[in-house]
Design a protein around this ligand. Structure first.
Ligand code: NAG
Ligand code: NAG
Length: 152
């Protein structure tokens, strides 16, 4: 290795190691067994189970998930939410949440929202939104090595 490359590594590596990437949330699966609308007053009855994947993309940082909430929305209106469990995630690891919600919730839909419901209700394919709010802390990962050293 040339001295130039070595010097480059020495200069760049500490910078790379201190870049902190946010956790990545994605919905891996969703099953809707009930999604019905009643009018006057407008309310939704629903049963929904989801699989939410959480990935820590960092090579150097573990992540503490101190507070995690999942919010479920239809037409921008929240109809349910849950607190998810807190945990510590090691670097480069993936975790899955399996939130299940069911119940009835009052909801305010404008005429557009109502039309969208009717249209989606005919196809059976609903456009829902899951929003995750999370408070996280990053913990630097440290490597420790046990060594045997012979005293001279
Ligand atoms: C949605 O569709 C179901 C059956 O396809 C029907 O029974 C129900 O009345 C519809 N809901 C509304 C609000 O129109
Ligand atoms: C749907 O949700 C309701 C209310 O939480 C619950 O009582 C019912 O058992 C659920 N049904 C299914 C099929 O999960």
């Amino acid at each position: 290795m040339s001295i130039g490359i070595l010097l480059g590594l020495v200069l760049v590596l500490p910078i790379v190691l201190t870049i902190v990437l946010d956790p990545r949330f994605s919905v891996e699966d969703a099953t809707l067994t009930r999604f019905a609308l009643a009018t006057k007053p407008t309310s939704l009855s629903y049963n929904l189970s989801t699989v939410i994947r959480v990935h820590n993309p960092n090579y150097y940082f573990g992540i503490y998930y101190d507070q995690v909430q999942a919010h479920f929305l239809f037409e921008g209106q929240r109809f349910d939410w849950l607190t998810l469990s807190t945990f510590y995630q090691h670097r480069k690891k993936t975790y899955k949440y399996y939130p299940v919600i069911g119940g009835q919730s009052d909801i305010t839909l404008g005429s557009t929202g109502l039309n969208n419901f009717m249209r989606e209700n005919q196809t059976g394919l609903f456009n829902l939104e899951v929003r995750i709010d999370a408070y996280v802390r990053f913990k630097p990962h440290k490597n420790g090595f046990m060594i045997n050293v012979v005293k001279e």
